[in-house]
Ligand binder design. Structure first.
Ligand code: HEC
Ligand code: HEC
Ligand code: HEC
Ligand code: HEC
Ligand code: HEC
Length: 240
């Protein structure tokens, strides 16, 4: 009788188990890599109800972050400005008188600015979509970090170059801890960054230049020592 099952086939169940096992590990690893919040939040760039551009307002017009995110230095949360802040300029007769008549003419028919003015006159807030978010079981405080000498640049990147806000760093636990272990790489003294005669921790291009300078580690360590900074690594500091 012919041998229906050749001898080599005896190895099949073992091979199947081995490759099956590897496949399973692969699927798990892939799943963990692609579906952890770190991965899917980086680059998150939702479509906003009004296409507001940081590139124009900060990059081109040179506005300070704190003109709009007014509470970021004193509070846990950075606020999103209300429509009245936009109307300081977009009425065309605002305190800053940024818009000359020519610009105003062009702006009247800009659909995005029409939405801003409609929102203002109806009193209904523009519903901006949230981009950066740590989960409820972790705690983050803007004011502490800014006073320590960490610039918006270290966590949010070059927002001044973004027409649409995008998350550039994963805000997972490893991002927090990496800096808490070696804060000197990111610490700046506001007095080292002077724009228009004022110290500006929000001048992102100047901060970027400072942080990539070879002397940064030394400078950062000196700041950490003077301010006696102690970024926590114990679980209870962030989870409570
Ligand atoms: C003219 C006002 C204005 C200025 C100036 C401004 N922003 Fe914003 N910012 C906004 C508005 C409006 C939003 C919400 C819409 C959006 O996400 O684009 C926003 C959103 C953001 C977000 C995303 C918030 C989220 O949902 O996670 C970050 C981060 C941010 N700004 C950082 C900065 C930084 C850093 C600067 C300075 C370099 C700055 N902004 C200057 C108005 C401003
Ligand atoms: C300090 C004055 C000032 C403030 C405050 C301000 N803007 Fe502007 N905005 C300008 C100027 C000036 C321009 C025109 C810049 C250009 O086209 O180069 C402009 C342009 C725009 C445009 C049109 C951009 C395009 O695509 O041409 C939109 C939309 C806009 N702003 C939305 C907003 C919103 C929303 C806010 C509030 C969160 C705001 N602005 C706050 C001065 C301001
Ligand atoms: C040490 C890192 C870090 C620095 C520095 C930092 N941010 Fe943030 N930012 C975050 C994190 C994390 C969140 C999400 C916070 C949350 O979910 O409570 C966030 C959220 C935001 C938001 C959304 C609203 C909010 O508070 O949740 C805005 C707007 C913002 N940041 C603006 C700024 C500006 C402007 C600066 C500089 C003046 C700045 N941030 C500096 C990490 C940072
Ligand atoms: C780029 C550097 C950097 C990053 C990123 C960073 N931190 Fe910090 N953090 C610091 C420094 C520096 C201090 C020390 C402040 C001090 O000693 O006054 C600190 C202090 C803290 C504290 C203690 C003060 C307080 O608020 O009670 C907490 C909690 C904290 N960070 C949470 C976080 C979390 C959560 C994240 C991530 C979402 C984060 N940090 C990301 C640099 C950073
Ligand atoms: C500097 C702040 C900080 C410290 C210290 C910290 N965590 Fe976290 N942790 C976070 C943040 C922020 C997240 C949310 C990450 C995200 O968005 O996925 C997190 C997430 C977690 C998660 C959810 C799973 C994950 O990894 O995303 C666990 C579990 C956790 N932390 C346990 C711990 C334990 C245990 C310690 C002490 C050894 C600790 N954490 C210390 C900030 C911190």
């Amino acid at each position: 009788m012919a041998n229906i099952f050749p001898k080599w086939m005896n190895a099949l169940p073992t091979l199947g188990a081995v490759f099956g096992g590897l496949g399973f590990v692969g699927v798990c690893a892939g799943y963990m890599y692609y579906f952890t919040p770190d991965y899917w939040r980086v680059g998150y760039e939702p479509v906003q109800p009004v296409s507001y551009s940081h590139q124009i307002h900060v990059g081109k017009l040179g506005m300070d972050c704190r003109y709009c995110h007014t509470h970021v230095e004193e509070s846990k949360h950075a606020n999103i400005p209300d429509t009245s802040t936009c109307m300081n300029c977009h009425t065309g007769v605002g305190e800053t008188a940024y818009l000359n008549t020519q610009l105003w003419g062009a702006h009247k028919i800009n659909p995005n600015l029409m939405k801003v003015r409609e929102a203002y006159s109806s009193g209904k807030a523009i519903e901006w979509r949230r981009i950066h978010k740590v989960p409820d079981y972790a705690h983050f405080n803007h004011s502490v970090h800014l006073h320590a000498g960490i610039s918006c640049f270290s966590c949010h990147g070059r927002i001044d170059q973004q027409a649409v806000v995008r998350q550039v760093h994963g805000m997972g636990m490893s991002f927090c801890l990496e800096c808490h272990r070696n804060p000197e790489k990111s610490l700046v003294d506001a007095d080292d960054v002077i724009t228009n005669d004022l110290p500006k921790i929000t001048d992102l291009s100047a901060i970027e230049a400072l942080l990539t300078d070879p002397k940064q580690a030394e400078r950062g360590l000196a700041i950490a020592r003077t301010k006696q900074l102690q970024p926590p690594q114990n679980c209870g500091a962030c989870h409570y």
